[in-house]
Design a protein around this ligand. Structure first.
Ligand SMILES: [Zn+2]
Length: 113
């Protein structure tokens, strides 16, 4: 998944899929989620972004509160530690505005290289 949608859309619709349970899943928003109900940053359904877990393991500390994992190469399922960077919500949105263009329908599009 390399398409770039607004980072502000935080409804992880994949989590509403009744067939979606257990293990690692790529949600419709392109991020990979792990079933981890005990994780402090797990959502209501008990899933946490794999990027958060990977970052925590690589850095040996909890993911900063209020931050979002940003994928530096904009590939949302590329959860390698070097590709993940904590960003504040506003900083994260700015990061995506820098790298994405909105098309006529208001969707973010990746700027051609
Ligand atoms: Zn991002």
């Amino acid at each position: 998944m390399t398409n770039c949608v607004s980072p502000m859309s935080r409804d992880h619709r994949g989590a509403n899929n009744p067939k979606w349970r257990g293990g690692a899943h790529t949600a419709e928003d392109g991020y990979v989620y792990l079933w981890s109900p005990d994780h402090p940053l797990a959502n209501k359904r008990g899933y946490v972004m794999r990027a958060i877990v990977v970052w925590e393991q690589a850095n040996d500390k909890p993911f900063p509160e209020g931050m979002m994992p940003h994928h530096k190469n904009l590939i949302r399922d590329d959860d390698r530690p070097d590709n993940i960077e904590p960003k504040s919500r506003s900083g994260h949105a700015k990061e995506h505005v820098k790298t994405c263009l909105r098309d006529m329908s208001g969707q973010f599009k990746r700027r051609p290289a």
